[in-house]
Design a protein around this ligand. Structure first.
Ligand code: PGA
Length: 255
């Protein structure tokens, strides 16, 4: 499939890190350097409590802010949850959905994601849908089976015409927070497979949809990983907490 001109996206997943003051300090250092990143989209995903501070700081810059999760309902008796409508009111651009930590530690299921992903789109948010196999699944030769199950189920409620608005992140669970990134070849293969699954739903969407790699991306390996064919950017955890390192990763996406 010829590579359509897709704008690379580098997203910082801060997980449960950074107070509001720390988020502001990061952005005060990062944003002046981000001005040079023309041609690369950059998203910051702080915890809920720092969203508003980050959105304020990023106002008037090209950097966008996304949440790390959201519920699929607009309101209701869901203690501890935050709705897409609430995120839109703050000025959020999107939300991560189905991160492996939410799947593994908080019991998020494909059935929940099948509701969440279309709910985010309907609210006007960009879903960053995370999929990926565990080490055990890879060793058992089940990577494609797992990716197929997740991609098909999680995007089931999205109409073909809107598939290209979703961002998909291929995040092998064994590479997250382990310092052991996938090789560029492994990432290219898995991302190509995910694109073929989207193509099964809609060919044009498959050419337009952005598919990122995530899992131990650092300044030192970003150029190699982001240079892989069909890899449209990165979802970065640990290495996104430091503004200097994160800007280097964003620069690598531009090349
Ligand atoms: P990591 O996390 O970069 O720290 O491996 C990536 C992620 O969880 O999105």
């Amino acid at each position: 499939m010829p590579d359509a001109p897709r704008t690379p996206l580098v997203a910082a997943n801060w997980k449960m890190n950074k107070t509001r003051a720390e988020a502001r300090a990061f952005l005060d250092s990062f944003l002046p350097q981000a001005a040079e990143l023309v041609g690369t989209d950059v998203a910051i995903c702080p915890p809920f409590t720092a969203l508003e501070a980050a959105i304020e700081r990023c106002g008037g810059t090209p950097v966008v802010v996304a949440a790390q999760n959201a519920h699929h309902e607009a309101s209701g008796a869901f203690t501890g949850e935050v709705s897409p409508t609430m995120l839109v009111e703050l000025g959020a651009w999107g939300a991560i959905a189905g991160h492996s930590e939410r799947r593994q530690l908080f019991g998020e299921t494909d059935a929940a994601l099948a509701l969440k992903v279309p709910a985010l789109l309907d609210a006007g948010l960009v879903p960053i849908l995370c999929v990926g196999e565990t080490e055990e699944e890879r060793d058992a030769g089940r990577t494609e089976e797992v990716l197929r199950r997740q991609v098909e189920a999680d995007l089931d409620g999205v109409e073909p015409a809107r598939l290209a608005e979703v961002v998909i992140a291929y995040e092998p669970v064994w590479a997250i927070g382990t310092g052991r990134n996938a090789t560029a070849a492994q990432a290219v293969d898995a991302i190509g497979f995910i694109r073929s699954l989207v193509s099964g739903r809609d060919r044009a969407a498959a050419e337009a949809v952005r598919i990122l790699y995530g899992g131990s991306v650092k300044a030192g390996n970003a150029a190699e990983l982001l240079g892989g064919e069909g890899i449209d950017g990165a979802l970065v955890g640990g290495a996104s907490l430091d503004p200097e390192e994160f800007v280097e990763i964003c620069r690598a996406a531009r090349q």
